[in-house]
Design a binder for this molecule. Sequence first.
Ligand SMILES: Nc1ncnc2c1ncn2[C@@H]1O[C@H](COP(=O)(O)OP(=O)(O)O)[C@@H](O)[C@H]1O
Ligand SMILES: [Mg+2]
Length: 265
Amino acid sequence: MYVAILVAAAVAVATAAVAAVLASRQAIRTREQASRAGEAQRLAFLGTLATGLAHEIRNPLSTININLQLLKEAWQTPITEREQREYRKIEMLLKETRRLEEILNNFLEFSRTHQPNRSPCNINLLLDDVSDLFAPQAERQHIRIVRNFDRRIPPISADRNQISQAITNIVLNAIQAMPGGGTISVRTSLKQQTAHIEIADTGAGIPPEAADRIFNVYFSTKTEGTGLGLSITKRIIEEHGGTISMKSAPGEGTTFLIDFPATTV
Ligand SMILES: Nc1ncnc2c1ncn2[C@@H]1O[C@H](COP(=O)(O)OP(=O)(O)O)[C@@H](O)[C@H]1O
Ligand SMILES: [Mg+2]
């Protein structure tokens, strides 16, 4: 009898102890969840503030840019040495304001929360347009843009502006990776009902230790890089149900591979 009471008491105590431990664990978990939620809220708030700030800065910056451009035109033919010095300063200011604009645009694109605005989109045409856009800059840098499009790839349901931005970031990187000239090859093909895109350059390549970081936010190996380009590209591609990967041989070049599932649009 005593034994039974003792066992029952021991079980009760043990159960209470386990319940107490579980309760305290639950309390800790709840506290952690609350602090994580608080942190997320704080980050969201900071994000909103930063986005607002970026929008506010954009307008005066574009005023500065336009006026610098006018100033540059007014000083078009610098004659004296002093005038030439002033002209170079204006050019430098213009370059820096453009860089600031690029940083802001990248940031705003990165912090964008709206979903893609989709319509049927011909990928070959889009790649053609982006290539045309970069042709003059590429030519100045002795870079050839070779196009090879497969007419069979189906239209994809996509936000044309966003996909253009995604491709632009890749082509821009390719151009920056070939300061001494080279070739960018843009090709499409149909692979198991998937629209496949390859953008290859003959530039510096990406060392293996950097390969798994290039899509990270703020990862950049450039003195004037924002490190936002490829993270934006990846996000846009994935928001469209696509995938992106990269292969590179240091010293030989880099290829970005994108796949979009076929859609019936
Ligand atoms: N085509 C390329 N060739 C060599 N390196 C590249 C290429 N594309 C991207 N990278 C590497 O990935 C990094 C991240 O690229 P990105 O996100 O566009 O940022 P950013 O261009 O501002 O540095 C670059 O700094 C560079 O080191
Ligand atoms: Mg870039």
